[in-house]
Every structure is written in C-alpha cells, then in structure tokens.
Design a protein around this ligand. Structure first.
Ligand code: AN7
Length: 367
C-alpha cells in the first residue's frame, strides 16, 4: 500500500487529470485509505454530433478514449483500488471482452494476477479484447458456455474465497466508478441532458449513470436528471421482453447477455427516469456503427452504436422530440473489434507504386 500510495504523486504536473479515483474520491464510497490504482481513466470527450442528430441536439460521450478503450476502466479503477485495500490476492471476472481487457490492465497495474472467464467460440469475444487480456499476461480461460453461465461460475468461485476479488459489476464498487460518467456529462453540458441513450447488456452501466445523475441533482450540481433510453440488441433483449434469454444472439458481442445481473437496478432506474428499454436490430446497429465512423469520424464498437440506433428509433417515433438535448454513450472503441471493421469496409485497392497508378484511383470528382 505504501509504495502504491507514494506512486500517486510521481511525475504529476500541476493541473493534470489524476483519474477518477482521485478526481471524484469525495463522491465515491471507497475506504478512505484505499490507494488509487489508476491509469488516469475518465475525462473523456463529449463530442457534438454533426450529422446524426436528426433535429435533436445530440452529443457523444466517447468512452473509447479510456485507457483500455472502454467505460469499464471507470468501474475497474475503483473496484481494483478497493480490492487492494482489502488485501485481495487475485482478481476474477466473467466477460464478453471489455471487462476482461480492463481487469487485465488494472491487475497488471496493481501487481495482482487475474483469472478471466470468457465465452468460448468463434466471434464470442472480439479479437482486440482477447489481445488486450493476453498482452497484460492475465490467465484467459475460454469457458464452454455463454456469458451468463460464465458469470454464474465466477460468482460461485469468488463467494467461497475471501482473497479472490470479483470485479464484475455485481461488485458495488464497479457502479460507483461508472457513475462518474454521469458526473462528467453534467460538467461538460452545464446540466443533465434531456435524454441519455446507452447500450444495455449486463445492465450495470445504465444503473450507474442513473445513480450519478441523481446524486448530482441531490447535491445541487445539476438542476435536472435525464430520461433514460436503454438500447438492447433484438436477439438479446431480456429487459425489453421481460423474460431472460437463454441463447442470446447479436452481432454486438459485448451485449450478448440474456440474464443481466443488474436487471433490478436498471428496471428501477428506467421507471424513475420515465425512460424506456428499446430493442434494435443488428441491421440498425450496423447502420449506426457505419454512420458514426463515416459521417461523424467516431470509430466505436458495434455494441456502442446501439445507443445511436436506439436514439434514431426514438426520434422516429417522436419519443425524443425535435430540439431535445441528448447524449449517446459510445461505450467502447472501434479497434476492439477489428474483424467487424474489416467486414464492413470496402476492400482495399492495390496498385503499382507510381503517381500515375494512384492518379487512376483518385476519389471521383478529384483530379
Ligand atoms: C462496449 O465486458 O458485459 O449493461 O463483460 O462492453 O453495463 O453490461 C460488456 C458490456 C455496452 C453493456 N457496451 O454494459 C463485459 C460486458 C460495451 C460493453 C456494454 C458492454 P452493461
């Protein structure tokens, strides 16, 4: 603890962002003596939409700019800081990929081993996320089952072992960290937006954002709270149908989840927020994914694009009115899933290494 605590002040220029544990410590329920295990997560850009807004005042919270490329780093920083304070000797989690990538990095930062249980099978976890876990030296285990089964297994494993810290979002510190996304949105806009649109898988993040908005309103730091739009993939939409899904399917592997662990919290949040859960098809998700990269310049992963697909559906139905201020949370970076990007892109051209050859393939209308 001493050496980790000391590391906090090393090489810190005045005014530099210290990561969410230090920046928001007074608003986090974390033991006061917990060290900050941080990669300087948070402080991600809120980027105005140029072309996607369809008459609304739309912004993107670009969570792919976190250290491991997803919003999970906010929760992981707090969960791992808490685990170190409690003397954990190992971290475990189940994951569709981003939680494991984040756990692997923060375990490395904390000097702890990590056991990551991810679903086996082709395309079950996007390649970039596997690469991150392997790069960090974590013990990556492919389990013969889906995410929901993997989560049940690691919960049972960790419950019997006090020195094994479970860092899935059933760990309350995860949601504590992730609520800071809402704090930042309020700071960036000057108040809460009218609507917050967010992809829903295990249902932790939507619950965390709601907590963050409510706390800021209670503290007088925001005048209002947003309505919540929770977007699920049609083939993995238990919160829309009201029934668990035993074999969830969607191109958005991050949210291929049929039994969300935080379903109760998310349902309560959406009810209090006068919000909605909404299902979007894989075709709608991919349309939004392509639009974001090609028309907005923002490369996110497919699951993240579900937020924009949901926003568009809600604009079309009139649920989100013209002129409303909305934020879509783009939860993970596009590089997480390189196979999808290549599959959606145009095949590259190959020519001789001459100016003449390149002149022959200039974009139309350019000479
Ligand atoms: C990019 O990594 O569940 O509703 O194991 O990676 O809080 O689960 C990932 C979820 C949205 C859904 N967008 O958030 C995991 C995992 C991305 C994600 C979600 C995930 P939750």
């Amino acid at each position: 603890m001493g050496s980790l605590g000391g590391a906090r002040t090393v090489g810190r220029p005045a005014g530099a962002w210290r990561g969410i544990v230090e920046e928001f410590r007074r608003d986090l329920s974390l033991p006061a003596d917990a060290p900050a295990i941080t990669l300087r997560e948070g402080n991600t850009p809120l980027v105005p939409a140029l072309r996607a807004g369809r008459g609304a005042d739309l912004f993107f919270k670009v969570e792919g700019c976190n250290p491991t490329g997803s919003f999970k780093d906010r929760g992981m920083a707090v969960a791992v800081s808490g685990a170190v304070a409690e003397g954990a000797r190992a971290l475990v989690c189940a994951s569709t990929g981003n939680t494991s990538a984040s756990a692997a990095a923060y375990a490395a930062r904390a000097g702890l081993p990590a056991l990551l249980a991810v679903p086996a099978g082709d395309g079950a976890v996007a390649k970039g996320k596997l690469a991150q876990a392997l790069a960090a030296g974590a013990r990556l285990v492919l389990v013969r089952g889906n995410f929901d089964q993997a989560l049940a297994a690691v919960r049972t494993l960790a419950a019997a072992r006090p020195h094994v810290a479970l860092v899935n979002s059933v760990n309350p510190l995860r949601l504590e960290g992730q609520k800071t996304g809402a704090f930042e949105v309020v700071a960036q806009l000057g108040d809460a937006p009218d609507w917050l649109c967010i992809p829903v898988g295990n249902a932790g993040n939507i619950s965390a954002y709601w907590r963050g908005f409510c706390e800021y309103r209670a503290a007088g730091r925001a005048r209002s709270v947003p309505r919540l739009l929770g977007a699920q993939a049609e083939g993995a939409a238990p919160l829309v149908s009201g029934r668990p899904v035993d074999a969830p399917v969607t191109v958005a592997s991050a949210i291929r989840i049929g039994r969300p662990a935080s379903a109760h919290l998310a349902r309560a949040a959406v009810a209090e927020a006068d919000g909605r859960f909404l299902a979007v098809t894989d075709a709608q998700i991919i349309e939004a994914y392509r639009f974001l990269a090609r028309q907005e310049g923002i490369f996110c992963e497919p699951a993240s694009a579900a937020s924009l697909a949901g926003f568009w559906a809600a604009r079309a139905s009139g649920l989100i009115p013209e002129g409303a201020r909305a934020v879509c949370v783009l939860t993970g970076h596009g590089l997480k899933d390189p196979d999808r990007a290549v599959a959606e892109g145009d095949a590259p051209l190959e020519v001789e290494a001459t100016a003449e050859a390149l002149a022959g393939v200039l974009p139309p209308g350019v000479d």
